[in-house]
Every structure is written in structure tokens, then in C-alpha cells.
Design a binder for this molecule. Structure first.
Ligand code: AMP
Ligand code: MG
Length: 524
């Protein structure tokens, strides 16, 4: 008797055309939204961690998560009754170039569940080859799976729109990876993450139909997404698709502003990694800003041009939206209204960014000339390595009566090279501080109110790159305690959590140039 029960309600595979070919061979797929595939059997699955919270979203109890049935389902060894797994077909622009068909090369969609009136698509990442695997194996290694599992949930707790992660399971099989693409392949433990999201449709799903001049299916896909996930759109015809595009632009902008707020750098903002719902998706070589550096990207594959650096994420999202607009042109037939929506994004971005940065500074009643305070803090933060998370968190201790000496004491823990904070740099800090303290006089919130508000905007704990790496190194030795610890810690990123104070610290020196901490590639 099975105990793990789902309220299955598949829509993507019911409403959109499937690839008639059922052979799992790598190929170009035409005029189909997905291909049926079966996950690979895992030799010796072992559950490392499951999220009770995500389990609940799907209607699962704690006992369900501990069951063998759960393990076998979410490692891909058994298929839930009456369901048929599939891989999605999509295209994309990668690093600024059209890459043609990509598709779920190592993601396999299991089914959709409706629970508590919410729809959840459930997908395995790393469960084996699909027609879209190109020259790769469809598998994922432990390190990238730990990173995806922890970060998805940490981002959710931070209030950043994101896909979720239900489980992290070792497959028991080894996977060959050349981690830095430098000719040193090695065997690593294979793992499978079960991702959960209302939908996994990406910009690239629209792009592929446009590239195939397949207007009929492009419309079907648009209707599917709008019907289920943009329920307030009531317009019809071209206007309906324009309304969708406009809302998606807003959602994407909102997502990127959240990334900037918490110091998250996605690392691979290709259009195949951009969600049609404005969610953060595909946790690969992402990273967290430690020293505030707008030019920083964790992705070594992007080292030369730094296309996806922190300071450029807003512009890149817009570039990606332009590619989506080009795809939508196929059904809209005019450029002007699309152009107008894109210009609207451009107009909104700077004010939204500045408003967010001012809120990090604890300034909530905004005047036009406050922008200078933001511009100046961005500059001064980059004069000498200054930890973004610690700086903003500690700033809530500053008020309009704080002296410069006290201010220095408050932000000192954020400096990586304290010996550099003198001369010119110290003068610049002082100038900024003086205008900041002066400006704070105009804020009307009480000290406590302001602090509380700031502490709900500036997280105390984020998944610093070295923290994930510590969890990975231990997990590699079959010690999963840090994964559990970080998962619990990051569920409350804005809370003080005195027992976990050790994680409120600058990146240790050993992590400065360590692979996995400051250098990550797309190899996963
Ligand atoms: P990413 O850069 O991770 O978003 O991946 C880009 C494309 O490569 C997507 O179509 C992925 O599904 C595919 N891909 C990445 N890694 C693998 C892998 N190990 N096996 C098969 N396909 C992969
Ligand atoms: Mg991807």
C-alpha cells in the first residue's frame, strides 16, 4: 500500500504538444514542447536532506519524507502511478549569442501537483540523459546539488522569488567531471535534487517556437502560462500577450532588485535560465558578494568579460527581455508596444534600485537628492574590501547622533584590510558618514522602529560561498551536519540567532582563492 499520495493535475503536458519520438536519443526536436523520458536508475540512493516546508507545499508529511517510497520516487527509481516524466524543449541565448536548441539536458519533470489551491511542478535535476543532453551525461554531482538545495531555500527565506528544493539525494553512482575545465577530470559523487516551482517555463521555451516560426505553439505556450500563472490578465488578442510581457518585465525587475539587495550574483543569466514567472532559477556558479564589488562574478567561465557581474544584472535582465520580446514579436506583429514596455523597464530600474539601496541605509522617506548618498556609498564601499552583509547589518546601530568614531567602531568588522582604512579612504568615509548622519535627522522613525525595519531588509546570514563549500567538503566525507545546520540557519536570515554568530563573519582568508569559494565554473 503506498502512503505517499499526490493530487496530480498535469497541465503542461496536457495542453502542449509532445515530441512523438519516444526513443531517448539526442536530437533536434521540432514543434514540440517536451519529450517523454525515463529517469536513470540510481544504484544506491541515500537521502541526505529533505525540506519539510517544501514537502508540506506538496501535501507530504514528515513521515512521507522519511519513507523508502519517497526516496525511490525522488531519486527517479520509481514513477508515480499514472504519471509520465518528460524533458522540456527550449532554446536560449548564452553569453550574448544565440545557442539554438538547449532543453532540459539533465532535468526531468515528474508531474504537477495541486495542493492548497496552489500548483507545483516537480522536477528532478541530475536524473539522467534526455534528448537534450547534447554531449553531456544528464547527471549532477554532489557539490552543485548541495549548492542548489541550500540556496533555493535560503533565497526563499530571504524573500527573493525563487524555485524551491524538496530533496537532496545521493544516487550512489559516480560522475566524471572536469571541475575547472583544465584537463583534470575526476570522479565525484552523483546526486539528485528535486526542484519544485509553479512552473519551470523559461524565456527559452518561447524562443524555440519563435525560431521555428511555429506561431501556433508559441500562442499555446503563452496561453498556458497566462492562464495558470497570470490569472489577473483578462485582455484578449495581442493585448493579452503584451500584458503578460509587461507583467513579466515587472516581475523580472523585482527579482533582480532583490538579488542586488541581498548581494546575490546568479552567474549564468542566459535566457534559458530566466523564468517565465520571474523566479530565480538554475543555481549553478552563483555567488554572494562578500566584499562589495560591483564588478564581481563568481563564474570563472565568464572571467574575461564579466558579462554577468553583480553590477550588470539589471542590464542583462533587460537584454534578456529584449530577446524574449523578439520571440513575442512573432505573435504580436508590431515592435512599438514591445519597445514601450522595455523602455518602461529601463525607466523603472534606476529608481527601484536607488529606493532599495536607500532602504538598506534605513532611509524610507525619499527625496530626489538622496541618490547622491547611494552613489557615494557605492563608491566608498569599493575603496577597500568591505563586507556587504556585515556593513549593512551593522548600519542599523548608527543614528543621527552617532559620532564618526563610534561609526567607525560599528562598521570596522566589515573591513577586510583594516590597515587600508586611513588617509584618503578614511576621509571619504568620514565625508559620506557626515552626509548620512545629517540626512538621518530627517527620518521620522524611532531608533528601534528603524532598526527593526532595516533588519528585515539587510540579512544577517546569507549562504556565503565558503559556507556552502564547508558543507560540501563535509558531505563528501559523508558528514551531512553542516547541510542541516545551514539549512536551519538560513531559514531565518534576518533573525539574530546568537548561537550561530560564527556565521556572521567575513569570509576567512583561506577561502579567498579557493575553488568553490571564489572560483566556480559551469561544470556541475
Ligand atoms: P546551464 O548552463 O546549467 O543552464 O545549462 C545549459 C544547458 O546545458 C541546459 O540545456 C542544460 O540542461 C544542459 N546541461 C548542463 N549540464 C548538463 C549535463 N551534465 N548533462 C546534460 N545536459 C546538461
Ligand atoms: Mg540552465
Amino acid at each position: 500500500m503506498s502512503s505517499v499520495k499526490f493530487n496530480i493535475d498535469n497541465t503542461f503536458q496536457v495542453e502542449l504538444p509532445s515530441d512523438p519520438e519516444r526513443q531517448n536519443s539526442r536530437r533536434q526536436v521540432k514543434n514540440a514542447a517536451f519529450s517523454y523520458v525515463k529517469p536513470k536508475k540510481a544504484t544506491a540512493p541515500l537521502l541526505i536532506h529533505a525540506s519539510e516546508e517544501v514537502g508540506q507545499l506538496l501535501g507530504l508529511s514528515k513521515e512521507d519524507l522519511d519513507s523508502d517510497e519517497f526516496l525511490q520516487l525522488f531519486v527517479g527509481n520509481t514513477i508515480y502511478q499514472g504519471t509520465e516524466p518528460y524533458a522540456m524543449c527550449y532554446a536560449g541565448h548564452q553569453f550574448g549569442n544565440w545557442a539554438g536548441q538547449l532543453g532540459d539536458g539533465r532535468a526531468i519533470n515528474l508531474f504537477e501537483v495541486v495542493n492548497d489551491q496552489k500548483r507545483w511542478a516537480v522536477q528532478l535535476k541530475g536524473a539522467g540523459e534526455t534528448p537534450y543532453s547534447r554531449n553531456a551525461d544528464g547527471l549532477a554531482v554532489l557539490r552543485s546539488s548541495v549548492r542548489e538545495h541550500l540556496c533555493s531555500e535560503a533565497m526563499h527565506a530571504l524573500g527573493v522569488p525563487t524555485t524551491r528544493s524538496l530533496s537532496l539525494i545521493l544516487s550512489g553512482d559516480m560522475v566524471n567531471r572536469d571541475m575547472l575545465y583544465d584537463g583534470h577530470p575526476a570522479l565525484e559523487k552523483g546526486a539528485i535534487v528535486c526542484r519544485v516551482s509553479p512552473s519551470f517555463v523559461r524565456f527559452g521555451n518561447f524562443e524555440i517556437f519563435a525560431a521555428q516560426q511555429d506561431k501556433e505553439n508559441l500562442v499555446k505556450l503563452l496561453d498556458h502560462v497566462i492562464h495558470h500563472f497570470y490569472k489577473d490578465i483578462t485582455s484578449e488578442g495581442a493585448q493579452k500577450y503584451l500584458d503578460f510581457f509587461s507583467q513579466l518585465c515587472d516581475r523580472t525587475l523585482d527579482m533582480v532588485i532583490h538579488w542586488q539587495r541581498v548581494g546575490f550574483v546568479h552567474g549564468v543569466m542566459n535566457t534559458d535560465n530566466m523564468s517565465a514567472l520571474g523566479l530565480t532559477i538554475d543555481y549553478g556558479p552563483y555567488g554572494w558578494l562578500e566584499p562589495y564589488d560591483e564588478d564581481w562574478t563568481p563564474n570563472t567561465t565568464d572571467r574575461q568579460h564579466r558579462r554577468y557581474r553583480y553590477g550588470q544584472q539589471g542590464k542583462i535582465a533587460l537584454w534578456n527581455l529584449y530577446q524574449l520580446a523578439n520571440a513575442l514579436f512573432t505573435v504580436i506583429g508590431e515592435t512599438e508596444p514591445l519597445q514601450e514596455i522595455l523602455e518602461n523597464y529601463e525607466d523603472k530600474y534606476e529608481p527601484a534600485f536607488n529606493k532599495m539601496m536607500l532602504s538598506k541605509l534605513g532611509i524610507f522617506t525619499i527625496n530626489e537628492d538622496d541618490v547622491k548618498l547611494v552613489d557615494d556609498v557605492r563608491e566608498v564601499l569599493q575603496l577597500s574590501e568591505t563586507d556587504m552583509t556585515i556593513f549593512f547589518r551593522n548600519l542599523s546601530f548608527v543614528n543621527s547622533k552617532t559620532t564618526f568614531g563610534k561609526f567607525n567602531e560599528i562598521i570596522e568588522p566589515a573591513f577586510y584590510k583594516l590597515e587600508e582604512i586611513k588617509g584618503e579612504i578614511l576621509i571619504k568615509w568620514q565625508l559620506w558618514f557626515e552626509s548620512y548622519a545629517f540626512r538621518l535627522q530627517k527620518e521620522t522613525l524611532s531608533y528601534v522602529e528603524r532598526m527593526e525595519k532595516m533588519n528585515s531588509i539587510n540579512p544577517k546570514y546569507v549562504l556565503r560561498n565558503y559556507m556552502a563549500q564547508l558543507a560540501i567538503d563535509a558531505a563528501d566525507q559523508a558528514d551531512y551536519s553542516i547541510i542541516f545546520e545551514l539549512y536551519e540557519l538560513l531559514k531565518k536570515p534576518y533573525a539574530e540567532q546568537p548561537d550561530h554568530q560564527k556565521w556572521f563573519a567575513k569570509r576567512p582568508e583561506w577561502a579567498r582563492h579557493k575553488v568553490g569559494c571564489s572560483m566556480l565554473s559551469c561544470s556541475s
